[in-house]
Design a protein around this ligand. Structure first.
Ligand code: FES
Length: 577
């Protein structure tokens, strides 16, 4: 039945508002469960849900979605479940990063193609929030994020387990002979205590908190542990807010400004967040046409103190951060460094939410004048080994290695590294610099988290616990070590990393922001013809991997596909026929 009260203002009215055959079809097929009032000016709001049994960190998002749904209905909207591509970091091969851009592209196209007026984005595990924000930025419909939240802390042998970080630690202890294989296996059932994503300051925790720092989350919600009832309360309020976003016409392009990226970079340093946030923030900014560069991370983050004492840089875990006051209490300490004009999805500036925030445990959230570490930002290195830049996270590195010179031990692929790293005859000592190439966006393909390569067993047995490592890949946000990563250009794109030979000296100088291959230019030029013979670089025959290798950009611009940067808005190219 046609209804005279149908709104023509809403985007969804382009589908439901007409009396022609198309309007009839759009309405009639949606009547299963929707009342006639659903087509009478009520906003239609998608719940873009990354819940999946194969993404264990997000499996609880169906329950979160139910609370969002209640909030939308209560505010007069029509909630619509929209399952989107979900990426389980621990399950998806060869690396979830290969699929981030695909997830973003699929979500963008489905948001645009469907009759919706706004979207609530439900993510958690590493790539899910970045891909959803990239999609929302490009389609530019009113949007907000509900982060799924971290899991509770598990314990093993009386000691808290940081998932991710302690996997690396325990496995190194097995290799070093200080933990038995049996104990290692037994720890497995203690690692994941509850629903939710990794509980260290890994990529999922970082991106949930940065989504709030960017202004895309209801302030105070990010970091709420997944099993905490306050997550559902926040999800309900987020559903209500989604309806308000439409009335206010508040879109990603309104909320996500250069100022909000400034706030995200300050936050990244203050929380000691994952280096992966750099590629994700660059990719999101790229969708908005905001000229963000890796140098902004060094410049803005340089004087920001590390205030959060969480693994992998520190001691505690995400539910400790929440109990200690959460993100807003951290940001209150660095309020003067934040952009006061950057707004949130509520329409109010982020800084307006800081007044009531208190620090309840000063060992978890340090006060400004007693930081965990001063100047905690991610450092951008340049030199003849990384002309386009490389990153290091000093907060996760060993201070005595921040200025270091050592002989290169080179691995051409991750498989080569695994085959030889524990070889007793490997020519390596504690001062060596481990080089792993073929792990960039094109070379792997997908830029896996392998830069924190394991140390040679014979050195572990000597008590060595950190070495300088250089790689064109990424590192898990839960990992630690003196790791130079995201080297640009990557070896497979003709970067100088492809020219390094065993025994070459490499100099790292983090205070002066340099990474240098101590080989003369003319010698390097002579090596170029041979560099092309390095095998192991990917050359996919078809499908997504072919598209990806042909179009992926380097890490310094966010490793997005070249044809996905920018925005197309929400307009569909043609009506259905
Ligand atoms: Fe999902 Fe760590 S595996 S957040």
């Amino acid at each position: 039945m046609a209804d005279d009260t149908r709104s023509t203002d809403l985007r969804s009215a382009q589908w439901y508002g007409g009396d022609d055959r198309n309007g009839y079809i759009h309405r009639a097929w949606m009547r299963r469960g929707l009342p006639n009032s659903a087509f009478s000016g009520r906003p239609h709001i998608a719940i873009a849900n990354t819940a999946s049994d194969l993404t264990p960190c997000n499996a609880h998002l169906h329950e979160v979605a139910a609370s969002v749904r209640d909030g939308i209905l209560e505010a007069g909207g029509i909630p619509l479940n929209l399952p989107v591509v979900s990426l389980g970091e621990t399950q998806v091969r060869p690396t979830a990063m290969l699929w981030r851009n695909m997830a973003a592209m699929a979500a963008e196209e489905m948001l645009r193609a469907n009759p919706i007026d706004a979207v609530v984005l439900l993510g958690g595990c590493d790539k899910t929030i970045p891909s959803l924000l990239m999609a929302a930025a490009s389609v530019d419909l009113p949007a907000l994020v509900v982060p799924g939240g971290p899991m509770l802390t598990g314990t093993f042998q009386g000691r808290a387990l940081g998932c991710g970080t302690d996997v690396w630690r325990l496995s190194e202890e097995v290799r070093g002979g200080t933990l038995s294989q049996e104990e290692f296996t037994r720890s497995e059932s203690s690692m994941i205590r509850s629903r939710g994503h990794c509980n260290t300051m890994g990529t999922a925790s970082t991106m949930g908190l940065l989504a709030e720092a960017l202004g895309t989350v209801l302030p105070g919600l990010a970091g709420t542990p997944a099993p905490d009832s306050r997550l559902l309360e926040g999800a309900h309020a987020s559903g209500r807010l989604a309806v308000e976003l439409i009335t206010a016409d508040r879109r990603p392009s309104t909320v996500l400004t250069r100022g909000s990226f400034h706030n995200a970079i300050v936050t990244l340093a203050a929380i000691g967040g994952s280096t992966n946030a750099v590629v994700h923030l660059l990719a999101i900014a790229g969708r908005l046409g905001i000229d963000l560069t890796i140098d902004d991370f060094d410049r803005i983050g340089a004087n920001v103190p590390l205030l959060v004492n969480l693994q992998p840089a520190g001691t505690y875990l995400m539910d400790d951060l929440y109990r200690a006051g959460g993100l807003l209490a951290v940001l209150r300490e660095v309020r003067d460094l934040l952009d006061p004009d950057a707004i949130t999805v509520t329409g109010l500036p982020l800084v307006d939410y800081l007044d009531g925030a208190e620090v309840w445990d000063r060992d978890v959230i340090h006060l400004r004048d007693e930081p965990v570490q001063s100047d905690a930002g991610i450092a951008v290195l340049r030199g003849n080994l990384a002309p386009g830049g490389a990153l290091i996270k000093p907060a996760a590195a060993s201070p005595h290695l921040l200025v270091h010179r050592g002989r290169a031990v080179v691995f051409d692929t991750i498989e080569d590294m695994h085959a030889r790293i524990d070889d007793p005859d490997l020519d390596v000592d504690a001062d060596s610099v481990l080089v792993l190439r073929g792990c960039g966006p094109k070379g792997y393909p997908g830029m896996p988290e392998v830069a924190n390569m394991p140390l040679p067993r014979k050195l572990l047995e000597q008590g060595v616990r950190d070495m300088v490592r250089v790689c064109d890949g990424r590192m898990s946000g839960t990992a630690y070590g003196t790791v130079v990563l995201h080297v640009v250009p990557e070896a497979a794109a003709g970067g100088p990393l492809a020219l390094v030979q065993n025994g070459d000296y490499i100099s790292l100088d983090v205070p002066n922001r340099t990474i240098t291959l101590d080989v003369a230019d003319d010698e390097l030029a002579m090596r170029i013809p041979n560099a092309a013979t390095i095998d192991g670089f990917a050359d996919p025959v078809r499908g997504w991997e072919r598209l990806y290798v042909d179009h992926v950009q380097q890490a310094d611009t966010g490793a997005d596909l070249d044809f996905l940067t920018g925005s197309s808005g929400s307009r569909v190219s043609r009506e259905s026929h």
